[in-house]
Design a binder for this molecule. Structure first.
Ligand SMILES: N[C@@H](CCC(=O)N[C@@H](CS)C(=O)NCC(=O)O)C(=O)O
Length: 212
């Protein structure tokens, strides 16, 4: 039985929960972080010195960092399709999984902060537009990578799709000017046919909204 520490509204928890759902793993998720608190205890600090969510416990193993947890779940519980054992096949996917968590994250986070984490009276349309403009070329890179897909790895759904797809609900629901990305649009529609995606990665972020 896996234990996941982290509130469902966290995109990084959503990475883990979506993977757990796709792999059909027995688990419990504990509401920790944000308004729930619980990350300031000594026990939590021992599991994750950053005091962030998520954390995974699997028996006597504790792992923090959502990308590391996703890789662990793939290696421990995924088949050769979800988590290719061939290093060359895996690296071709992992470079994109990593790119999403680093480069794409760095571009999408300012958009989310400007629109959701900033109280309405302090929101600046110029800042929002500039952040959306900076994000656009990266979304077009993802669009080009997906192409006909249907998945990041071509015909098969893999761990890289969890990295690539987990932020898309936010991306497509934030009121911004979006780049033209027909392949990505179709990919997002395909993701919504996956029950684990709908259940774990399409979670409202309204409770995270800053108020005046
Ligand atoms: N690089 C970390 C980032 C984790 C992170 O920033 N988590 C946020 C939620 S998305 C958090 O814990 N925020 C404080 C809180 O929820 O209490 C990961 O991918 O796990």
């Amino acid at each position: 039985m896996l234990t996941i520490y982290g509130r469902a509204t966290s995109v990084n928890v959503q990475v883990v929960m979506w993977a757990v759902g796709e792999l059909g793993l027995a688990h419990e998720r504990l509401d920790v972080g944000g308004a729930y608190g619980g990350t300031d205890t000594a026990d939590y600090g021992a599991m994750n010195p950053m005091r962030l969510v998520p954390v995974l416990k699997d028996g006597d193993l504790t792992v923090f960092e959502s990308a590391a947890i996703l890789r662990y779940l793939g290696a421990a519980y995924g088949d050769d399709t979800f988590w290719p054992r061939d290093p060359r096949r895996r690296a071709a996917l992992d470079q994109w999984a990593e790119w999403v968590k680093t480069s794409l994250y760095a571009a999408i986070t300012p958009v989310f902060i400007a629109l959701v984490r900033t109280p309405p009276s302090r929101q600046d349309p110029a800042v929002i537009a500039a952040a959306a403009r900076a994000l656009a070329p990266l979304m077009q890179m993802l669009d080009a990578r997906i192409g006909q897909g249907p998945w990041m790895g071509g015909s098969d759904f893999t761990f890289a799709d969890i990295s690539a797809g987990h932020y898309l609900h936010r991306y497509y629901t934030l009121p911004i000017e979006r780049a033209e990305t027909p392949a990505l649009d179709a990919y997002y529609a395909r993701l919504q046919e996956r029950p684990a995606y709908v259940r774990h990665a399409m979670i409202s972020y309204e409770s995270l909204r800053a108020k005046d």
